[in-house]
Design a protein around this ligand. Structure first.
Ligand code: 9MR
Length: 340
């Protein structure tokens, strides 16, 4: 009898422990623990090759994040570099890592074609026939989404559908040959390939109340009115200029009012402006707080993904130069003020 009671007590304690929640106000916790406790995603762009080459990278990623996004290896030029040729080793490696560590995967991205910076190979942009492009787009989305059916939770189906500095649809090869309906078509193909996947469009420079946000809101409303399977919108959040727009929360609310989810998908905030490093770090901290606070204030905002997590590896180094240190951990994986 005593043994039976001991077993029952032990089982009760185990169950109670499994259900215990971290209280991050009572004691320091990781970002991931804080996000788990709040029921939101905190994620990062990441690379399988850095997991392999830097022994500190993978453990820090899994410790701090409950979500991950391939920075380059799910893009068209990586998965489908030539007609009929698919390469998934690098993409698979990060998906496997995420599954091993219980992390969500955001699939970035199926369609992204722009003049300056994109991921679409020339064999696609050189196409001049609409039927040929439609068939190729269909094959690409079916193959990539189908491969990760049930494993990639969210897809950035079309990345940056709007002109970077304008309000019209970006006049890329998909728009030119298939017309503005290419976005709804891409969403439908992705939905067929994985009916449970969360499908979003994702754009940049849409955090203030300028005309580009109005265009994004209209695009989302038009897609819903057309019956397209659009479930959410990503606000990238590459912030080059201070301060963080005060309208961010209102923009999130307007998208949520359409019945869509929102997530901040590519956050990085440059160290910039006057003052010494400590002052700039404090400003960066306030700006991170502003963005995360805007998301957390709206129930339909699912979480925040930063575009990298350590200043050791950031695309800003090659885009703008070194020392902008836009992320949450420094080059030695030590938490910066913004981490709080
Ligand atoms: O950070 C990414 C960089 O390493 C790649 O070379 C580049 C092209 O694939 O894409 C960068 O990520 C972009 C993202 O996919 C879409 N929004 C803008 C990001 C920064 O350019």
């Amino acid at each position: 009898m005593r043994t039976l009671i001991a077993i029952v007590v032990a089982l009760f304690c185990l169950a109670a422990d499994a259900g215990a929640q971290v209280d991050c106000r009572a004691a320091p916790c990781t970002l991931r623990e804080a996000a788990d406790a709040a029921g939101v995603y905190v994620g990062s762009a990441a690379s399988d090759s850095l997991i392999a080459s830097d022994p500190d990278y993978g453990p820090a990623l899994a410790r701090e994040m409950n979500s991950v996004t391939h920075e380059v290896h799910l893009k068209w030029d990586a998965t489908h570099p030539a007609p009929g040729v698919y390469t998934f080793d690098a993409a698979d490696a990060l998906v496997n890592f995420a599954e091993t560590h219980g992390m969500r995967v955001r699939g970035h991205t199926l369609i992204w074609e722009q003049f300056l910076l994109d991921a679409t190979p020339a064999y696609v942009t050189d196409i001049t026939d609409a039927d040929e492009l439609r068939a190729l787009m269909t094959e690409h989305i079916q193959t990539v989404v189908g491969r990760y059916r049930g494993r990639v939770e969210t897809w950035d189906v079309v990345n940056e559908p709007l002109e970077t500095g304008g309000t019209g649809l970006y006049q890329n090869v998909f728009y030119e040959l298939l017309g503005p309906g290419y976005i709804a078509e891409a969403l439908r193909i992705a939905h067929e390939a994985d009916p449970d996947a969360h499908l979003i469009i994702n754009d940049v420079l849409v955090s203030n109340d300028g005309p580009k946000f109005a265009a994004l809101l209209q695009l989302a409303a038009d897609l819903l009115a057309a019956g397209a399977p659009l479930h959410g919108v990503g606000i990238q959040g590459h912030f080059f200029l201070a301060p963080i727009p005060e309208q961010l929360q209102a923009n999130i609310e307007k998208l949520v009012a359409l019945g869509l989810s929102v997530e901040i998908t590519e956050l990085d905030i440059l160290l910039r402006g006057p003052g010494d490093r400590a002052e700039r770090l404090a400003r960066q901290r306030a700006d991170y707080r502003g963005v995360v606070g805007a998301c957390m204030a709206v129930a339909g905002c699912r979480g925040v993904t930063t575009w990298g997590f350590t200043d050791r590896y950031t695309w800003i180094d090659s885009f703008l130069g070194p020392d902008f240190d836009p992320l949450l951990l420094d080059e030695s994986y030590v938490a910066k003020p913004a981490y709080d």
